[in-house]
Design a binder for this molecule. Structure first.
Ligand code: BGC
Length: 447
C-alpha cells in the first residue's frame, strides 16, 4: 500500500510530461491569434520546449548521479511551476518562449528520471510493469490537458489558465517528493549504506530487506562502476544501440505528435464547426490513448512485445493511408467524421504498440553496464526527432497538403515495420541476462 502511494506520487513526473506536451494543442488555437503567429512560429512555440527537453534528458543522468534522484526531481518540480506560471503570464512571444523552454527542460529531465527513480525503488519483481506505468501517466497527462483545454476554450484568455494549471501537479510533485526517500540504489552506490537500509526499510513498510540489500550490493559490484560513454559503441552494445535509437526515431517520425499537438487544428481543417468541438474530439482521442495503454499493459506480457508492435504498426499504416486518401479526395461532408475516426484508430494502434513498447524495450535490451547511457541516448534521439517532426508538420501541410503529408508518415510506418521485422527481438518472459546473451551472440530471437 505504501509503495503504491509512493509510485503514484513519483509517477507525477510522467503526468507533467503528458500535460505539458499535450496542453499546447488547445492553447495554440488562441495563442496564434493573440501573438499573430504564422505556421513557422507556431511550430517554434511547440518545438522549443522539445529542444529544451532533449537538453534536459542529456543532463538528467549526470546530474542525478551526482546530486541524487530526489533533489534533481525536486528542482525539476520547481522549474515546472516557474515555467508554467511564466507561460501563463506571457506578455510577449519572447516571454512565452522562455516559459516553454523552462517547462521543456523539466519535461526532458522528468522523462528520464521518473522511470529511473521508479525502477530503483520498485521491488525487483515489479520493475517491468512500472516502466509501463510511466507511459500510462503520460497518456493521462495528455488527456487531462485536453480536458482543461476544452473547459477553458470559451474564454479568450483561457489559454493562460491552460498553461498555468500545469503548476498544480508540479506543486503536488514537489510536496510529494519531500516525503519520499532517496533511491536506496543511489545511496548504496555512494557508500551511504545506513541511509540506504533506512530508505529501503521505509519503502518495504518495515519488511525483511536483507535479501534485497544483498542483491543491491551484488548488482552494484558489476554495474556501479563508472562506465565511459565510449562503452556504448563497442560491438557488445552495437545491436541494442541500433534497435534503441532506431525505435526512438521511428516512434516520432511515424507522426504521433502531429496528432497529439495539432489534433484540434487538423479537426478544424477537416470541417468540425468550432474550436471547442475540435478540442472535445481531441479529448476523445486522448481517452482512447489512455484506455489502449491500459490494454497494452495487460497484453505485453501475454502476447509479447514484438507481436503487439507489429500489429500496432500495421494498424497505424492502414489508418494513415485512409487519412491521407480522405484528405486527397476531399470526401464532401464526410471528411470530418472519417478524419476523427481514423485519427482515433491511429492513436489506438500507437498506444497498443509503438508507444509503450519503445520505452519498455530500451529498459530491457541494453547490457547492464551501459543501460543508463543507452537509455539516455535513445531519449535524446526521441526528443530531437519529436522536435523535427513538430517543427516541419505545419510547413509540410502548407507546402504539400494534408494528404501527401500523411502519406509520408505512412511510408515511415512501412519502414518501421521492415526495421522491426528484421531487428527487434521478442523479450517477453526472458530474463535480462538471456536477452543480453542472445543479442550479443546475434541469435535469432525474432521467430
Ligand atoms: C511518446 C510521446 C507521445 C506519447 C503519446 C510517448 O510514448 O514518447 O512523444 O506524445 O507517447 O501517448
Amino acid at each position: 500500500m505504501r509503495f503504491t502511494l509512493i509510485a503514484v506520487v513519483a509517477g507525477l513526473g510522467g503526468l507533467l510530461f503528458g500535460y505539458d506536451t499535450g496542453v499546447i494543442s488547445g492553447a495554440l488555437l488562441f495563442i496564434r491569434h493573440v501573438f499573430h503567429l504564422g505556421a513557422t512560429m507556431q511550430g517554434v512555440v511547440v518545438a522549443i520546449a522539445l529542444a529544451a527537453a532533449a537538453v534536459g534528458a542529456a543532463f538528467a543522468g549526470t546530474l542525478s548521479d551526482r546530486f541524487g534522484r530526489r533533489p534533481v526531481l525536486l528542482v525539476t518540480a520547481l522549474i515546472f511551476v516557474a515555467g508554467a506560471l511564466l507561460s501563463a503570464a506571457a506578455w510577449s512571444v519572447a516571454a512565452l518562449l522562455a516559459g516553454r523552454v523552462m517547462v521543456g527542460a523539466g519535461i526532458g529531465v522528468a522523462s528520464m528520471l521518473t522511470p529511473l527513480y521508479l525502477s530503483e525503488i520498485a521491488p525487483p519483481a515489479k520493475r517491468g510493469a512500472i516502466v509501463t506505468i510511466n507511459q500510462f501517466y503520460i497518456t493521462l497527462g495528455i488527456v487531462l490537458s485536453y480536458g482543461v483545454g476544452f473547459l477553458l476554450s470559451h474564454s479568450p484568455e483561457g489559454w493562460r489558465w491552460m498553461l498555468g494549471v500545469g503548476c498544480i501537479p508540479g506543486i503536488i510533485l514537489f510536496i510529494g517528493m519531500l516525503t519520499l526517500p532517496e533511491s536506496p540504489r543511489w545511496l548504496a552506490g555512494k557508500g551511504r549504506d545506513d541511509e540506504a537500509r533506512r530508505a529501503l526499510l521505509y519503502l518495504r513498510d518495515g519488511g525483511n530487506i536483507d535479501d534485497e540489500m544483498h542483491d543491491l550490493h551484488q548488482d552494484l559490484a558489476t554495474t556501479g562502476k563508472r562506465t565511459p560513454w565510449s562503452a556504448l559503441f563497442t560491438s557488445r552494445a552495437r545491436k541494442p544501440l541500433i534497435i534503441g535509437v532506431g525505435l526512438a526515431i521511428f516512434q516520432q517520425i511515424t507522426g504521433i505528435n502531429t496528432v497529439i499537438y495539432f489534433a484540434p487544428t487538423i479537426f478544424e481543417k477537416a470541417g468540425l464547426p468550432s474550436a471547442s468541438i475540435s478540442i472535445l474530439a481531441t479529448a476523445g482521442v486522448g481517452a482512447v490513448n489512455v484506455i489502449m495503454t491500459l490494454v497494452a499493459m495487460r497484453l505485453l506480457d501475454i502476447v509479447g512485445r514484438r507481436k503487439l508492435l507489429l500489429f500496432g504498426l500495421a494498424g497505424m499504416l492502414v489508418t494513415l493511408l485512409i487519412l491521407s486518401v480522405a484528405f486527397m479526395i476531399g470526401l464532401h461532408g464526410g471528411l470530418a467524421l472519417v478524419t476523427v475516426l481514423s485519427v482515433a484508430a491511429y492513436v489506438a494502434f500507437f498506444a497498443i504498440g509503438l508507444g509503450p513498447v519503445f520505452w519498455l524495450l530500451i529498459a530491457e535490451i541494453f547490457p547492464l553496464a551501459v543501460r543508463g547511457r543507452g537509455m539516455s541516448l535513445a531519449t535524446i534521439a526521441n526528443w530531437s526527432f519529436n522536435m523535427l517532426v513538430s517543427i516541419t508538420f505545419l510547413d509540410l501541410v502548407k507546402g504539400l497538403g494534408r494528404g501527401p503529408t500523411f502519406l509520408i508518415y505512412a511510408a515511415m510506418t512501412l519502414a518501421t515495420i521492415v526495421f522491426t521485422w528484421f531487428l527487434v527481438p521478442e523479450t517477453k518472459g526472458r530474463s535480462l541476462e538471456q536477452i543480453e546473451a542472445a543479442l550479443e551472440g546475434d541469435a535469432k530471437l525474432a521467430t
